[in-house]
Write a protein that binds this ligand. Sequence first.
Ligand code: HMG
Ligand code: MG
Length: 298
Amino acid sequence: ALPTRVRIHEVGPRDGLQNEKTIVPTEVKAEFIRRLAAAGLDTVEATSFVHPKWVPQLADAEELLPLLEGVPARLPVLVPNRRGLDRALALGAREIAVFGSATESFARANLNRSVDESLEMFAPVVATAREAGLRVRGYLSMCFGDPWEGAVPLERTVRVSRRLLDLGCDELSLGDTIGVATPGHVTALLTALNEAGVPTDRLAVHFHDTYGQALANTLAALRHGVTTVDASAGGLGGCPYAKSATGNLATEDLVWMLDGLGIATGVDLGRLTATSVWMAGHLGRPSPSRTVRALSHQ
Ligand code: HMG
Ligand code: MG
């Protein structure tokens, strides 16, 4: 059976813009986020409090957050360490995400740490954030395959998932960072997680569309009972520290499928598409989303 409602966790302003060559002006980012919320997205990941040299595209986090006061959406931000948490708390962030890796290669490339060292770095961040009443999401990257290590064994992903949840994350988002997953693999991982004691209602899925499998993978996850799906408006995105990653599942493609299945999202597809067309203008390239192209005759 399929769920009757899906919560979309919009990641365009963060996962999308972090990988664009163009550095988008802060006011344009704020307008992007306001438009996404106005299109009905109730969770919009706004930015990252990471080292500005690692992700210069999001170095304006301090300037951006104050422009978002009054936006009617949850606005989680990425935080890798204590320094990032302090910056986020100083700006009144209410929701954060830490981001780990199932593989050693990507932990090194993305966090300059081993898997164990990155979990040690997150532990006090999650504890402090929760004490301050914040909601904490954990991301796990390379859950299916890794550009350096190839296929990732289920048991490895399950083991690191358990450790991230045990730190106190409210929710765990399973990242197919380079978009190599296929639906059978998704079902196998979700089943293995359940067998290891992880309930499906604490899981979200985060697919990149490199091989065109993101929607099929999403449907497999919905059939398994997942109700939180990450997507990026217009299909923006990738990851600067994983070369073979392309954009996320496009939010428009997701909403088109869910509308067709009669699954509620609260999102107005027309307003969302108009937002992605507007953003594509700022980025100087058309949206890679098939649905955006079809609806806007781009
Ligand atoms: P590091 O170089 O090991 O940092 O980087 P460090 O702890 O050794 O500190 C070095 C200097 O950086 C210090 O300054 C710190 O204060 C400063 P100094 O004392 O030398 O003057 N520093 C900071 N400054 C500002 N904000 C901070 C911060 N932290 C340290 N937060 C670090 C370690 C984690 C900081 C670095 O590796 C980093 O910023 N990585 C972020 C990479 C990133 O954002 N990647 C993209 C997001 S993940 C993703 O996209 C995947 C996802 O979408 C899911 C999926 O698809 O799989 C989520
Ligand atoms: Mg991602």
